[in-house]
Write a protein that binds this ligand. Structure first.
Ligand SMILES: [Fe+2]
Length: 411
C-alpha cells in the first residue's frame, strides 16, 4: 500500500507547529482594538443579553456608556460642534471625516417616513402572529426586508420616490467606498421598552487599520429618536482614534463619552464602519424604529445571503441597480458562477457578470450545471443544455448590443 509521507501526518504537523512557529499568530490572536478599548474604558462593557422591563432599576455602573444623553445636553460635548442634521453636502463630508458620522436632514419626507413606518409595523405584527418574529436583545428585527414590501426594494436603491435624499447619499457613499460598492442587508430594527442596550461595536468587523472605511452604514430613523427612546449610541470621532491606534500597534486609550443620537424621523445617520456605536435603551412605550442599510466594498461577504433569499417575484422585477447592490453582478474577483463573470467589472447592468438568470433558472428547476466530462463522455452529455451556454450567449449578445453603455450604478 502507498505510504503517505510522514510530513503530511497530522501528528507530525502538530509537533512542528507550536504557537511560536506559526505565521501571523500575533496578529491573528490579538483581540485588539476592542481589548484595550474595554480595558482603558471600564464604563464600556458587554451588557448581558437579559431582558428587563426595569432598566431604570438595573444596577448601573456609574457612568455606564448607555446611561448618557444627547450631545447638546452632555457636559463633555455641549460646547463642541458635533454633527447636526443638514442637507449641505460639504458639511456632511466634513462631519463624516471628522466625527465618523453625518446626519442627512429630511432624507425621507414625512410622507415617505409614514409609508416605511406603516409597512414595518404591519410586518412586525404579522411576523409575531406567524410565530417567526426575530427577537433581539433590544427588541425585534425584520430581516431581509427586500422581500417584504416594494418600499424596501426602493429604499435599497435609494430611489427618490422612497428616499428623497437618495442622490446625495449615493454621492457620499461613492466618495467613501468607491463607485462599485454593494449593499450588505436591509433590516428594520425595533428597539422596545425592556430591551437591553447593545454593546458598543464597529460594524466593520475587519480591517480596523484601514485609513478609510470598508463599510458605511445608512441608518434611517423612521421614528424620532433621542436619549429617551434608544437613540443610537455613538462615540464621536472614535472611527479614527481606534483605527489609528490599531494601525500603529498601540493600545486604544481613554475615549470620550458616548452620546445618544438625536434625530427627527426621516433623518439618515450615515456612519463610518469604524465608528464605535450601539443601540440605546428605549425607556418609552413606543417602538423606536431604524432602517439599517449597510454598504460596503464589493469583495466583502454580504450580511444577507441574497443569492438564496430573494423571492423570485422580487428578483424578476429588480432593476439593474438593485441587482447590483444585492450582489447579482459578478466580477473577476468575486461571485463568479461556473466561471461566468471573469473579465467583468462587477458594475450594474453589465451582461458579462449578470447572475440573476442563473438563480431564476435554479428556481424553475432548469439549471443544468456542467459536471464531469471527458473523452469518453456520451454525446448526450457533451451536447447537454448547460445553462452556462445560454448565459454566456446572452452575455455576448448583450455586450454587442450595449457597447459602452454606462456601467454606472446610477443608470
Ligand atoms: Fe452596528
Amino acid at each position: 500500500m502507498h505510504q503517505i509521507p510522514k510530513e503530511f501526518d497530522p501528528e507530525f504537523i502538530k509537533a512542528k507547529s507550536s504557537s511560536d512557529m506559526q505565521m501571523y499568530r500575533a496578529e491573528r490572536t490579538s483581540r485588539e482594538p476592542m481589548k484595550s478599548v474595554l480595558e482603558n474604558n471600564p464604563e464600556i462593557y458587554i451588557v448581558p443579553p437579559q431582558r428587563s422591563s426595569t432598566w431604570g432599576n438595573w444596577e448601573f455602573r456609574p457612568g455606564s456608556y448607555y446611561d448618557t444623553t444627547t450631545g447638546s445636553k452632555h457636559p463633555y460635548w455641549a460646547d463642541v460642534d458635533l454633527p447636526q442634521p443638514t442637507k449641505d453636502i460639504a458639511r456632511l463630508r466634513a462631519d463624516i471625516l471628522q466625527w465618523g458620522y453625518g446626519l442627512v436632514e429630511d432624507a425621507l419626507s414625512q410622507e415617505q417616513v409614514a409609508r416605511v413606518r406603516d409597512r414595518v409595523l404591519e410586518q412586525a405584527e404579522g411576523e409575531r402572529l406567524a410565530g417567526i418574529a426575530q427577537k433581539t436583545p433590544s427588541g425585534q428585527n425584520i430581516n431581509c426586508c427586500v422581500n417584504k414590501g416594494r418600499c424596501f426594494e426602493l429604499l435599497i436603491e435609494q430611489h427618490p420616490s422612497v428616499m428623497q435624499a437618495g442622490a446625495l447619499i449615493e454621492q457620499l457613499l461613492d466618495e467613501a467606498l468607491g463607485p462599485d460598492w454593494i449593499c450588505g442587508s436591509l433590516i428594520a430594527a425595533m428597539s422596545l421598552k425592556g430591551g437591553v442596550p447593545q454593546a458598543l461595536h464597529q460594524d466593520q468587523g475587519n480591517g480596523f487599520e484601514a485609513r478609510n472605511p470598508l463599510l458605511v452604514n445608512v441608518l434611517t430613523a423612521v421614528t424620532d429618536m433621542d436619549e429617551t427612546n434608544g437613540g443610537t449610541l455613538v462615540i464621536p470621532g472614535s472611527h479614527t482614534t481606534v483605527s489609528d491606534a490599531f494601525r500603529h500597534g498601540q493600545p486604544v486609550g481613554k475615549l470620550p463619552p458616548a452620546i445618544n443620537i438625536e434625530a427627527k424621523a426621516g433623518t439618515a445617520l450615515v456612519y463610518d464602519g469604524r465608528l464605535l456605536h450601539g443601540t440605546g435603551i428605549n425607556h418609552t412605550d413606543e417602538p423606536r424604529i431604524a432602517m439599517l442599510n449597510g454598504m460596503h466594498k464589493p469583495w466583502m461577504k454580504q450580511q444577507e445571503n441574497w443569492m438564496l433569499s430573494v423571492r423570485p417575484e422580487v428578483l424578476q422585477r429588480a432593476s439593474p441597480k438593485l441587482l447590483h447592490r444585492m450582489g447579482y453582478q459578478a466580477s473577476t474577483g468575486s461571485q463568479t458562477n461556473e466561471g461566468h463573470g471573469f473579465g467583468a467589472r462587477g458594475m450594474a447592468g453589465e451582461p458579462a457578470g449578470a447572475l440573476a438568470a442563473i438563480r431564476l433558472a435554479a428556481d424553475e428547476g432548469r439549471y443544468v450545471r456542467v459536471g464531469e466530462l471527458g473523452p469518453d463522455s456520451s454525446t448526450e452529455d457533451l451536447h447537454a443544455d448547460y445553462t452556462l451556454r445560454e448565459v454566456v450567449r446572452t452575455a455576448r449578445e448583450g455586450a454587442e448590443e450595449k457597447p459602452k453603455q454606462a456601467f454606472d450604478q446610477r443608470s
